[in-house]
Design a protein around this ligand. Structure first.
Ligand code: XUL
Length: 537
């Protein structure tokens, strides 16, 4: 399909329906941001009474968000774009990002409502009452342990589920959420015509019809065969009857899924030929936003929680750590993600205890100790940890002889917390196939050169830094451009060819060969001690 447009005239819109709000980012063909806007659910849509965009239920496990709130937010954000005189008419393609795993449950009436969307009436008014489950389960929900166990049994155990779908059964993954709704609310399930992900639902609102789920976000459901990028019959059958028809098709993430609905042409001035490229999950979109397109391109986000993610050619799904998803910018590749709960807050608590609360002191102490910390290894578990699963909190310290000790000198604690975190990332990342050739460090702590120096030495690769504050929204905009280029070209165009502008990241730390050798030799001991800590629970 030739679009017949000059690239330099075109703009690309990325939306990000996250847990707390909806964001928009419009870029030109050089990836220059020409518009950014946001709607915060709690502050701007207070009638839904959410906290952080969600409702936590009294059982302490169930977490939902009202689907209609996402509808209201879209209308509001598009109006803001118009009011801010964003050149909406020049947008040639749009795509989007959504918090992963959340599901939107629609009755038959939804499809009619979507097809007949009217520019004169609020979206909310037109979509009210079309949901078979009004409160959508989201990724923070952990109420489906029973369904996870049942589905893992039916599919041959946790490793078999990981081998098939890319992850073992996790409570938040959509297939387990669907099984719970089918079991506990059979009438609601029966009344459901379509189950969308948050990403594909927002796409539906813009296209004015049901749209496919993309393979990358579809990987977060425990329902898709990761390699075939198709629903797995046995996984569907052990979840709920007639599920395949309710989920609809899967498409590659760069596929065009339709054109924008006339409502937005008439009401807001969109170009009637504006293409919609499949929406995807927020983590896949961040991978696109950070331009981690080649196998070995890894990002480490150092935030409240730490996340390691990147592209890889050969997936190695694991029942104990991490997730593998289809890659959102390269249909032949995969992406992997490992999450940690103990991130910045844990580093800060060691800073407070050992360095009087000052990062300068912390960095100074770090410089007084050698790489490898004379064999000392520490596990600082302030929060129950996800990777590896360590529920018992506390600090576990071992001396060079592998004996458990009660304390370290302050400078050794400072080094041990960083080395432990990065060794863990290297170990567990490698278990699922992540082999970094370069690292992009993001998040608050990436500004600390001492911290990223240790990172470069542990992994033995250069570390780049640079902020891309709304990487999911900008990544969605880049994917819109990518999908548009593939459509214009009539076949797949590699992501790095589609995005001509160079990435704005700076090389900030080089690995020291000697220090790296010390860490490589330490890895096995680290793994052994980690097993001991897990065993102590
Ligand atoms: C990923 C996950 C979250 C959500 C919300 O598995 O649960 O990162 O995507 O951001």
């Amino acid at each position: 399909m030739k679009t017949g447009k000059r690239e330099s005239d075109c703009l690309f819109l990325g939306l990000d329906s996250s847990t707390q709000g909806l964001k928009a980012c419009v870029v030109d063909h050089n990836l220059k941001v020409v518009y950014e806007g946001a709607v915060n659910f709690d502050a701007e849509l207070p009638e839904f009474k959410t906290e952080g965009g969600v409702h936590r239920h009294p059982d302490g496990l169930t977490v939902t968000s009202p689907a209609i709130m996402w509808v209201a937010a879209l209308d509001r954000l598009l109006q803001k774009m118009k009011d801010a005189k964003c050149p909406i008419g020049r947008i040639s393609a749009l795509s989007g990002s959504g918090q992963q795993h959340g599901s939107v449950w629609m009755k038959k009436a939804a499809r009619r409502a979507l097809r007949q969307l009217d520019a004169r009436r609020a979206l909310r008014e037109q979509m009210e009452g079309v949901f078979s489950v009004a409160d959508s389960p989201i990724w923070m929900d952990s109420s489906t342990s029973r369904q996870c166990a049942e589905r893992e049994r039916a599919l041959g155990g946790p490793q078999a589920v990981a081998d098939l779908t890319g992850s073992r059964a996790y409570e938040r993954f959509t297939g387990n959420q669907i099984a719970r709704i089918f079991q506990e609310r059979p009438a609601a399930y029966e009344a459901t015509d379509r189950i969308a992900l948050v990403s594909s639902f927002v796409a539906s609102l813009l296209v004015g019809d049901y749209v496919p789920i993309d393979a990358s976000d579809g990987s977060g459901m425990n329902l898709m065969d990761l390699r075939r990028k198709a629903w797995d019959r046995v996984a569907l059958d052990c979840t709920a009857p007639g599920l395949g028809a309710r989920l609809g098709p899967i498409v590659l993430s760069h596929a065009v899924i339709g054109k924008i609905h006339g409502r937005y042409v008439e009401g807001l001035g969109f170009d009637a030929n504006c293409l919609a490229v499949a929406f995807s999950g927020d983590n896949p979109c961040s991978l696109a936003g950070l331009r981690l397109q080649r196998a070995g391109d890894i990002a480490i986000s150092l935030g409240t929680s730490d996340t390691v993610f990147g592209s890889l050619a050969e997936p190695r799904p694991s029942a104990t750590e991490g997730h593998i998803f289809a890659n959102p910018v390269d249909p032949a590749a995969y992406m992997a993600m490992v999450c940690y709960k103990n991130g910045s807050l844990t580093r800060e608590s060691v800073r407070d205890q050992s360095a009087g609360g000052a990062w300068d002191t912390f960095n100074g102490l770090l410089d007084t100790t050698p790489a490898g910390n004379e064999g000392r290894i520490g596990f600082y578990i302030k929060e129950p940890e996800i990777t590896p699963p360590i529920l018992k909190t506390g600090t576990f310290r071992f001396n060079g002889a592998g004996e458990k000790v009660d304390s370290f000198p302050p400078e050794a604690d400072v080094r041990a917390v960083l080395e432990g975190q990065f060794l863990s990332m290297r170990l567990h990342g490698a278990h699922i196939g992540l082999k970094p050739s370069s690292i992009l460090a993001t998040g608050g702590a990436s500004a600390n050169r001492s911290i990223i120096g240790v990172m470069a030495n542990v992994f033995g690769v250069p570390v780049y830094v640079g902020e891309q504050p709304n990487s999911a929204a900008s990544g969605a905009a880049y994917r819109a451009l990518h999908g548009w280029k593939c459509a214009d070209h009539g076949s797949f165009v590699p992501f790095d060819k589609a995005l001509s502008a160079t990435a704005p990241f700076k090389r900030a730390a080089e690995p020291d060969k000697k220090a790296h050798a010390v860490y490589s030799a330490m890895l096995e001991r680290y793994a052994g001690l980690e097993k001991q800590v897990i065993g102590r629970q």
